[in-house]
Design a protein around this ligand. Structure first.
Ligand code: BES
Ligand code: MN
Ligand code: ZN
Length: 495
């Protein structure tokens, strides 16, 4: 998408369509919409007064302009009630507008929410661009779209010269971030068949090459040398070997980076503790944590953020076979701890534990892992928030702030020491799942991970939020790319 920010008069600009947002309950539009209303002899006011258009969030209304203004059409989009307005509403309504205009080649818009008393111009422009690009996203690798997407140009028009620079910065940021989210969505939507651990590693290397990041991939032999019994055990059942992928951005000899860790199970059948057949196809998205880490690394590098960041991805395919890990087996994680595997479907924590141990060697300021770890987290929070577990209040607060800014919600859940009782093993240091029935499933996963951290750490359980979230207008079916925007915001505001 070609995106420009231009100074101009919204009534004069020559274009297929101009998009205007209107709050619920407004009778006489002001600002840019007011100017257009006057140029069109009050037709907007008339539409509003007659109740033809009620300005619900994302509602669409088309008008023809008969040559009275430069634009051929006006696309009205409802902003919903003004007291519920936020950057996330801008993303949603921008997505709705872009989808409505997708058969045209060019969409011209004002920056939604940048008017008097609204959002700051940069935030508004960023949200407008993010919503537009996220709303137009489709996964097209295996199916050509039924309705072609013609829209290839977004023009943002601004009257006042003072706001122009801020709008340009916001629009550029928005484009980098949204394209990184789409990059992550593509990875998570791709079937396990064409994206096994080796291929995920190859994609990471390709990305690293484009962005000039350092990238290292550890194969089975290297994992063996590192003693990474967790990653190796989970990968054993598959013909596709596991990998640990390391990406480094802006690292120097004495930097204390922020380390991002992603669960990269390219397909999770459950292994010998096999999952029921219904819905198993969705388990291709069990590498959404890895996708978020790659997407965030992409955004951070393109934005040239002044932070040091390491991305670690623990990639494996969890399948049953004659070579597979079995319930009852005892394995050794790279910090020496032994784990009795009582359920091979609790594999995420096994691969992550090795990656969390590896993170130590960077002397990290903080480590954040993202993982589609438990169905229990979805039971607890549904699809509206990731579970947030942390051993560091300052880090948790930073993440909560970034979540508020991006609309990628998190909700704090506890790491009570008592939960450790649930993973006590008779024959090993710990076991990977409890036999005490379904209680605190998400917290038990987090408590297991805590056994392998020695630094400020946060764990985000993204099982619910990573896929098929229908509540946001800028989502489409399938992967959401959750985490890319959150992590990028967090690192942008880091110091
Ligand atoms: N990848 C799953 C968790 C999951 C389930 C993610 C549904 C997204 C949607 C994970 O590996 C898993 O199987 N977890 C088990 C843990 C249990 C065996 C302790 C679960 O949630 O049932
Ligand atoms: Mn599993
Ligand atoms: Zn899994």
């Amino acid at each position: 998408m070609h995106i420009t920010v231009e100074q101009g008069d919204i009534t004069k600009v020559q274009t297929d369509v101009i998009c205007l947002g209107i709050f619920h309950g407004v009778q006489r539009p002001g600002g840019a919409a007011g100017a257009v209303d006057r140029a069109l002899d009050g037709v907007l006011s008339e539409v509003l007064a007659d109740g033809d258009f009620s300005c619900k969030k994302g509602e669409i209304f088309w008008l023809r302009t008969h040559g009275k203004i430069g634009a051929k059409r006006v696309l009205l989009v409802g902003l919903g009630p003004s007291d519920k307005f936020s950057p996330d509403v801008v993303r949603e309504i921008s997505a709705a507008a872009a989808r409505a205009a997708k058969a045209l080649s060019e969409l011209t818009t004002i920056t939604h929410g940048a008017g008097i008393g609204g959002l700051d111009p940069q935030t508004a422009a960023q949200a407008t661009v993010e919503g537009t690009l996220l709303g137009l996203y489709r996964f097209e690798k295996f199916k050509k779209p039924e309705e072609p997407l013609k829209l290839e140009r977004l023009r943002i028009i601004e009257h006042s010269a003072e706001k122009l620079e801020q709008l340009k910065i916001g629009a550029q940021r928005g484009q980098i971030i949204a394209e990184s989210v789409c990059f992550a969505r593509d990875l998570a939507n791709e079937p396990g068949q064409s994206l096994p651990p080796r291929e995920l590693a190859r994609r990471a290397q390709e990305l690293a090459h484009e962005l000039e990041l350092r990238c290292e991939v550890f194969d089975e032999k290297a994992l063996e040398k590192l003693g990474m019994g967790g990653i190796l055990a989970v990968g054993k059942g598959s013909d596709e070997p596991p990998r640990l992928i390391v990406l480094e951005y802006n690292l120097t000899k004495d930097s204390t980076p922020i380390v991002l860790v992603g669960k990269g199970i390219t397909f999770d059948s459950g292994g010998i503790s096999i999952k029921p057949r219904e819905g198993m196809e969705a388990m291709k998205y069990d590498m959404s944590g890895a996708a978020a880490v790659l997407g965030a690394m992409r955004a951070i590098a393109l934005l040239k953020l002044p932070v040091s960041v390491v991305g670690l991805i623990a990639a494996a395919e969890n399948l049953p076979s004659g070579k597979a890990l079995k319930p009852g087996d005892v394995i050794r994680i790279s910090n020496g701890k032994t784990v009795e595997v009582t359920n091979t479907d609790a594999e995420g924590r096994l691969v992550l534990s090795d990656a969390l141990v590896y993170a130590q060697r960077y002397n990290p300021q903080a480590v954040i892992d993202l993982a589609t770890l438990t169905g229990a987290c979805t039971i607890a929070l549904g699809k509206e928030a990731a579970g947030l577990f942390s051993n560091d209040e300052t880090l948790a607060q930073k993440i909560q702030k970034a979540a508020q800014q991006t609309g990628e919600r998190v909700w704090p859940l506890p790491l009570y020491n008592e939960y450790k009782e649930l993973i006590k093993s008779e024959i090993a240091d710990i076991k990977n799942s409890t036999n005490k029935g379904p209680q605190a499933g998400a917290a038990v996963g987090a408590i297991f991970l805590r056994e392998f951290v020695t630094y400020p750490w946060a764990h985000l359980d993204i099982a619910g939020v990573a896929y098929d979230v229908e509540s946001r207008l800028y989502h489409t079916k399938g992967a959401t790319g959750y985490g890319v925007r959150l992590l990028t915001q967090l690192l942008q505001d880091w110091s």
